[in-house]
Write a protein that binds this ligand. Sequence first.
Ligand SMILES: Nc1nc2c(ncn2[C@@H]2O[C@H](COP(=O)(O)OP(=O)(O)OP(=O)(O)O)[C@@H](O)[C@H]2O)c(=O)[nH]1
Ligand SMILES: [Ca+2]
Length: 537
Amino acid sequence: MKRDCSSGSQKRSAFGAGRIVLASLASHGFPSGYQDSRVKRFLSKNGLVILGFTFILSLIALLAVGLTQNKNTPENFKFGIVFDAGSSHTTMYIYKWSAEKVNDTGLVYEIEACKVKGPGISAFASNVQDIPVYLSKCMGRAKELIPKYKHHQTPVYLGATAGMRLLRMENEQSAKRILASVTSFLNSYPFNFRDARIISGSEEGAYGWITINYLLGKLQKKQNSEDPSSRKNESQETYGALDLGGASTQITFVPKDTNISSPIKFMQFRLYGWNYTVYTYSFLCYGQDQALLLKLAKDTVETPSGTLLDPCFHPGYERMVDISDLFNNVCTREYKDLFPFDKLRIQGTGDFLQCQERLHNLFPTTYCRYTSCTFNGVFMPPVHGEFGAFSAYYYTMKFLNLTSDKVTSEDMVIEKMKQYCSRPWKEVNTTYADVKEKYLSEYCFSGTYVLTLLQVYNFTDYWKHIHFMHKINDNAEAGWTLGYMLNLTNMIPAELPQPKPFSRPTYISLMVAFSLVLAIVFILGSIIFHKSSYFQK
Ligand SMILES: Nc1nc2c(ncn2[C@@H]2O[C@H](COP(=O)(O)OP(=O)(O)OP(=O)(O)O)[C@@H](O)[C@H]2O)c(=O)[nH]1
Ligand SMILES: [Ca+2]
């Protein structure tokens, strides 16, 4: 009997309070053996209930803590602003990404592309005072779109490209004044203004290459694939980048043979634990606007007459050009001459083959001191891998309906261009009444220019490897700005981030399981401890 009672009291005596109750009952005059066994029975029954209750409560608490800790808390977003101050116009891009996933790839997306109304910033050389008005609308948009409490930590960059490179060559002081005015204006905002500068052609090419490969997930794919040391050919996976601006054009890719002797230093990148050897070259004056001026200047010199019959414009199209505008330019000034007219009348004839012949004259290819060249004696390894072609490559080919993957050969493009250029201007103008006249009138020229440039790069039998692209995966536009920001905010680590040993669900399950084991061990331990002390009594 004593044994039974004592075994009951062992459970309840796990609680210190049980002993106090026991003592107070004993003082009410009951026979002590009787009292003891009743109290032990009471505690035996209720102690178990209390124990179970506490156990369930602890379990609930544990689960609640775990779930609260791991529930989808609102993500902490970061923002970045980059101005692309191009030769033809300026665009402000706002990027947004999750602060927690900063080292992952493919997670930054563009929330705004604000086109600044007006020309490129190089046009403000003689009226820098107008720059604040020029940029203020897009900055106002940035203030609206980015939450106020994030303003001070949002970096702002402005990168100027070929238009400002040309201005700097012409008049360095003017270029400096423009950048100083931009700097002081952007500094007046509550954002974290970092820099306004002219980026080099190589940077422009390289950041464009980083942007498209980041957005296409080419850098990320490697992250999940084999071990870096086992990889043979990185160029199989990355895309080359073709950017056609208004004043310059860039070609960037990983060549098949990176060991060939090159007069141009290949660029070396280490991204997510992989090394890349990248060829990049920027051709100043070969953006499509400058190329048109170059062509017109050459044509004017070769057949000096006030009227130019131009095969690169539709039949029936006419345009007047000031001779001073044509030759007061770094790209065309070598052709400058005295002409007995100060205006040039352009009359379109719409002949693709003749247009192409004239455009080929802009690309001297006979002279080359290296193993392989593009034009103007510039070294370039043979093109290799897939290519993403964006900016004016895309605008032009999109309009001409030539961006589809079904367009697999250059011949298909030639056929289309022959037919398109020959269409009378009147008909084209009425068919596409909603298209800006500057763009519409030049699609025959720009389509022929794109084709000629790609032929000069040697894409003739390689056409199906060119992919015309604009916004990639709905995330962001192809262009140099995203790559520039990723680099300046250190968002692409050189090394692969160390993977976590457990996935989140495994981690939570393990934590719960171990907590339970601990709780059980603790309870059992307490019971055993109190049982032995009870026996000692
Ligand atoms: N058809 C068409 N052309 C465009 C459009 N936007 C820009 N362009 C023209 O395409 C060419 C290239 O434009 P961008 O890539 O913006 O050139 P940019 O950045 O100003 O010039 P760079 O400083 O040389 O890079 C220019 O001649 C523009 O006038 C568009 O939406 N449609
Ligand atoms: Ca550009």
